[in-house]
Design a protein around this ligand. Structure first.
Ligand code: SF4
Length: 250
């Protein structure tokens, strides 16, 4: 295969390349070669070039971020998008930032991760029964992808869901953006129409429908929520305890 042959430059390329990815390994490789959203490509590369002072000596990943975790996961954790100096720097979701510190500490307490530490690709972190994926694969300015960027990126998410569908029992949506991204995925991947009106996002809200994974709402592990006490470790523990029970793991 020629270098660049698998690059995705348009929304149509994303649809085609996502649909052709027959394994998570192929999907991860294809995602890393995506350049379909010009604004996000420029932003991720600018951030990787300018860097934050504390990381000046590091080489940023500066690319889209694949999912992380088990191929036969029962629990999926759906986030918004990688952080500019977290995932966009380290190449792994929630790795090397404060949000990840909170999330992986909770997963470790729940027995869904072998350690709380998450700082780099080679830190030894392994998940159990769990896979984490974002609705949008590139770090967006102000953590706000546009609706067009969300829709352009969705086929990557949908294909990841198809590939882990045989075991997936529960999806934990971190925040309202992820919650909103679930409904089209449910329709496209599972062929199940979302309820009308759509259930509103809230922390601890659960939606259980026939033939699709349970959906659990959880406030995002962002610093705005964790520093202000809107989201506490106990609240996260409650969500992951429920996710494990729904997945038949508790
Ligand atoms: S956000 Fe998604 S579709 Fe857009 S460039 Fe990144 S990986 Fe590609």
């Amino acid at each position: 295969m020629r270098l660049g042959e698998r690059e995705s430059r348009t929304a149509g390329d994303v649809v085609r390349h996502a649909g052709e990815a027959a394994s998570l390994g192929l999907l991860d490789s294809a995602i890393a070669e995506c350049f379909a959203c010009s604004r996000l490509v420029e932003w991720r590369e600018d951030v990787a070039r300018v860097k934050r002072a504390a990381f000046r000596d590091q080489v940023y990943w500066g690319r889209p971020i694949p999912g992380f975790g088990n191929a036969d996961a029962e629990i999926g954790i759906l986030g918004l998008a990688p952080a500019a100096h977290g995932g966009n720097r380290t190449g792994r979701l929630f790795t090397g930032d404060r949000s990840g510190d909170v999330l992986f500490a909770a997963l470790h307490r729940a027995g869904l991760a072998n350690q709380a530490l998450s700082v780099s690709l080679d830190d030894g972190l392994e998940l159990r029964n769990t896979r984490i994926f974002p609705a949008v694969r590139c770090a967006p300015p102000d953590n706000k992808p546009t609706p067009e960027e969300r829709d352009t990126c969705a086929p990557w998410f949908h294909q990841e869901l198809r590939l882990i569908r045989p075991t997936l029992r529960v999806v934990v949506a971190l925040g309202a953006f992820a919650w909103g991204a679930w409904w089209p995925a449910m329709s496209v991947v599972y062929g199940v129409k979302p309820p009308v009106p759509r259930p509103k996002f809230g922390h601890g809200v659960q939606v259980s429908l026939p033939d699709v994974p349970h959906l659990l709402g959880c406030f995002h592990v962002s610093q705005q929520n964790t520093f202000t006490g809107r989201l506490t470790p106990a609240m996260l523990d409650d969500v992951f305890d429920r996710a494990k029970a729904l997945a038949g793991l508790a």
